[in-house]
Design a protein around this ligand. Structure first.
Ligand code: ADP
Length: 854
């Protein structure tokens, strides 16, 4: 670059302070980017790259975006994992000298509150991590709602669990940790969130107590958690450094008691299809999609959290179940609550916006509207029996005064802009009404002037109008120009006429414009005061939002329970699991052709702990296994369950290893993943766990696989002793299960008719040592010569017990030679003669039809 101008020197100095961010440098109506920022951003945003100092030897790359559409571009950059530092002009650019500039906010993937990035029913968390040997302090916040949590715990496994639940959008580390390659590599393993560094050299508890204006962290319940305090300090520092202001809705830290929740490992979340299906991207076909009947975005976000955090305390689960039962049984209560919640705005994100600079008058109106519902909801809940519902009712705060204040102040549909007036109702502020009166008077005076001038000049088409350049003027058409009185002052000539002003007109113009300016400024000020007033109640508003979200989820459970005929699970202290006529919550909604066949699952400690499930492919084993796990999980989040009845203990973990999933993304073989997942289970499961194992050992050779499955089954039976469902195609295990005292054989019923095999999807006691693989292959459409040959081979193998494939008698003719008769089949001939390259799709369709007839 040639000699740097003062402005470029300013740019370089500011850029040096934000090395990790793309600097949006405000220049008039644009944000400009330079150098490597420009190279990177122009690629992501697909905008034209130009350069500054084109004549110099090394022109500086440059690109820009208009300031009024900057939000779009910023959203795209944050979605791509980038940070954007917004540098504004702080002094009037029309004044002489260089404009003062300052970074007013850094928008990062974890701190963006852009509507274009946020999803309504999904939280967006930024996490700060403080590692110390094997211990971790973890703080996480959602800036759109103001939630801020802190926890500490031991072990990487626990960290993995929490990251899985949170799906952080960004992870913040202290600079020294950020520079530790081992830690960075370990975090990269855990997920894809971008990692940021924070210069944190202060005393965490001083920063926290000062910022939250409290004397002791006891208030937040984290005083004895030094690592959680450190992590909170790092997170808060990072938020202050990047956001500069607009953090008033983060008004407290909540201790996050991870030990109250059941940890769910990645395989279990994936295999049970809690949030995303094994195939495809959409949420359809997931537990979330079946359970989500929430009416608000807040409820939707909370439901997600509940599913990711099943409860471990019987009392806590019963509280939720009791509320759901109350809502299921009490029609009036349910309908009333449904009505009260319907159309409720996103109170959490509203407060987030109001405390940032983005909140507008509509948000304030939305706040009043939402809060205005509370008295009705409280009245409805007055009829509730369940203790939790009564407790939630007590936590609601109607904030009548605030609601009345906002409702008396803000018009029904206010504009989005805050500086253009039109926000405040008549009658709210006498000074404002006076200004509005002046404006109105002046306007009617202008109309009066118009009438008077028409009368005086006799020009009936004379018009008083307004534009931004000339203000008020009198317009006279070309044909009447000879009648213009001499005191008119000409201002502008048009094609069809001319524009004039008069001193009287200007006098009223002055009155209108000043009144308008003053009223706009006053309205803005009044709005800011109202916002301030609302923010004084932020604690109560957030509490209300949390309660309403919880009511929404409980109501959603009740609605689901009714529609889908779920029952209340009975939780007991005895170590049992008795599911009568259980169903798979998702599959039962998908099987259109055939009604879903319900099945029992009965376990009892010391007697009946591990079930071996055999049965052909496609008979419904996986469905059955998953349905047992899902019923337990649903019960422990407080939902009713798809069964006729359920009696169960509270489980400490649910483990699953289902099917042979390819995990190619991580470059590991299927079998490796399978064994890793099995290892997790064998390491962590306890007698209080529910364990679902489907086809362990399938990913390797028969004898390897059988041996592993055998050994794992024995170990589960002897040492782990959690309730286990173990599905396998190794029939050799049936004998083993017969012999072990606490193991039972179960199988899926099939009905063999002369022509085919019918899958009844019914589980019964006993083993089944036939695979019906050939039948399944037939259903799948394998050609009949191959099926016949396979049947022959199976027969030979079974009768002669040939274990070595090399000893199979070769019978090539039936397997590979086509039946000579079919070669001359007219359909084949016709098919051969088709010229696909020259056919239209319609012709192809017709040909297909023809072929079918032949
Ligand atoms: P497997 O694990 O034995 O190969 P799946 O559990 O994948 O079999 O089930 C195969 C198909 O059978 C499923 O896609 C489902 O549509 C159907 N199915 C499974 N269980 C039932 C049931 N209990 N009632 C009705 N249909 C079922």
């Amino acid at each position: 670059m040639s000699e740097a101008t003062p402005m470029m020197q300013q740019y370089q100095a500011i850029k040096a302070q934000y090395p990790g961010a793309i600097l949006f440098f405000r220049l008039g109506d644009f944000y400009e980017m330079f150098g490597s920022d420009a190279l990177e951003a122009s690629k992501i945003l697909e905008i034209t790259l130009t350069s500054r100092d084109k004549k110099s030897e090394n022109p500086l790359p440059m690109c820009g975006v208009p300031y009024h559409s900057a939000e779009n571009y910023i959203a795209r950059l944050t979605k791509a994992g980038k940070k954007v530092a917004i540098c504004e002009q702080m002094t009037d650019p029309s004044l002489p000298g260089i404009v003062d500039r300052k970074v007013i906010r850094v928008i990062t993937p974890g701190t963006t509150t852009s509507e274009q990035v946020l999803e309504n029913k999904r939280s967006r968390f930024i996490c700060a991590l403080f590692p110390k040997k094997d211990y971790f302090g973890l703080a996480f916040a959602d800036l759109s709602t103001g939630e801020f949590y802190a926890a500490e715990f031991q072990g990487e496994e626990a960290l993995r669990t929490e990251f899985l639940r949170l799906q952080p959008a960004e992870i913040v580390l202290r600079r020294e940790d950020y520079e530790d390659p081992v830690l960075r590599a370990a975090l990269a393993e855990l997920g894809e969130a971008p990692i940021s560094s924070c210069n944190f050299y202060e005393e965490a508890h001083i920063l926290l107590t000062r910022s939250f204006k409290i004397t002791t962290l006891e208030l937040f319940g984290i005083a004895n958690l030094p690592f959680a305090i450190q992590a909170s300090g790092i997170l808060l520092r990072y938020l202050i450094d990047t956001q500069k202001e607009g953090l008033s809705h983060i008004d407290r830290i909540q201790a996050y008691h991870r030990e109250s929740f059941m940890p769910l490992d990645e395989a279990t979340i994936r295999n049970l299809e809690l949030f995303s299906p094994l195939r495809g991207e959409h949420e359809e076909g997931t537990l979330l999609s079946v359970l989500d009947q929430t009416q608000t975005s807040m409820g939707g976000r909370l439901l997600r959290q509940w599913i990711a955090r099943p409860l471990l305390k019987k009392e806590a689960i019963e509280e939720r179940l009791g509320s759901v039962e109350n809502l299921v049984k009490d029609e009036e209560l349910r309908a009333g609550l449904e009505d009260g919640i319907e159309g409720l705005g996103d109170l959490e994100r509203l407060t987030g916006r109001l405390s940032g600079a983005t909140g507008n008058a509509r948000d304030l109106g939305g706040l009043a509207q939402a809060l205005g519902r509370i008295p009705k909801i409280q009245a409805v809940l007055g009829g509730a029996q369940a203790p939790l519902l009564a407790e939630l009712r007590g936590k609601l705060k109607p904030l009548d005064e605030l609601v009345a204040l906002i409702q008396s102040a803000i018009v029904d549909t206010p504009p989005l802009r805050l500086t253009e007036g039109g926000i405040i109702k008549t009658g709210f502020h006498p000074g404002l009404d006076e200004l509005h009166g002046l404006m109105k008077d002046a306007r009617s005076a202008l109309r009066r002037i118009e009438q008077e001038e028409i009368a005086a000049t006799g020009i009936s088409t004379l018009k008083v109008s307004f534009n931004r350049v000339f203000g008020y003027y009198i317009e006279i058409s070309r044909g009447k120009l000879d009648q213009v009185p001499p005191h008119y002052i000409r201002k502008q000539t048009l094609v069809n006429g001319e524009r004039f002003i008069t001193p009287e007109l200007k006098e009223y113009e002055e009155k209108v414009l000043t009144a308008e300016e003053r009223s706009k400024a006053l309205e803005h000020e009044l709005f800011l005061n109202l916002r301030e007033e609302a923010l004084k109640n932020i604690h109560a508003i957030k509490e209300n939002a949390a309660v309403l979200a919880e009511l929404d989820v409980l109501l959603s459970f009740a609605k689901g329970a009714r529609h889908s005929r779920y029952c209340r699970p009975e939780l007991v202290r005895e170590p049992v699991l008795e599911i009568k006529k259980g169903r798979h919550p998702v599959v039962e909604k998908q099987s259109f052709e055939q009604a879903f066949t319900p099945n029992d699952a009965i376990f009892k400690a010391d007697e009946d702990e591990i079930h071996l499930i055999t049965g052909p492919n496609m008979s419904g084993k996986s469905t059955y296994l998953r349905q047992v796990a899902l019923i337990v999980l649903m019960a422990q989040i407080g939902s009713f369950v798809p069964a006729e009845s359920v009696r169960m203990r509270v489980f400490d973990r649910i483990f699953t290893r289902v099917g042979a999933n390819d995990n190619l993304m991580r470059g590991q073989s299927t079998f490796m993943v399978e064994m890793q997942e099995s290892a997790t289970i064998l390491r962590s499961a306890t007698p209080k766990s529910l364990i679902i194992l489907d086809e362990v050992g399938r990913g390797t050779s028969t004898f390897d696989g059988l041996s592993l499955a055998w050994a794992i089954f024995e170990h589960l039976h002897e040492s782990i002793r959690g309730f286990t469902l173990f599905a396998t195609h190794y029939h050799e295990l049936i004998k083993l299960a017969e012999e072990l005292p606490r193991a039972q054989n179960h199988c899926v019923l099939v009905q063999e008719t002369e022509k085919e095999v019918l899958f009844l999807h019914q589980i019964k006691a006993g083993g089944i040592d036939k695979s019906y693989g050939i039948e399944v292959a037939r259903l799948a459409g394998l050609p009949s010569p191959i099926l016949d040959r396979a049947k022959d081979l199976l027969h030979t193998l079974e009768n002669e017990k040939i274990q070595d494939p090399h000893k199979i008698p070769i019978n090539q003719p039936t397997l590979f030679v086509r039946d000579p008769g079919t070669l001359t089949h007219p359909a084949l001939e016709r098919l051969k003669n088709l010229n696909l390259n020259q056919m239209t799709p319609l012709e192809a369709l017709n040909a297909l039809n023809e072929l079918k007839k032949i």
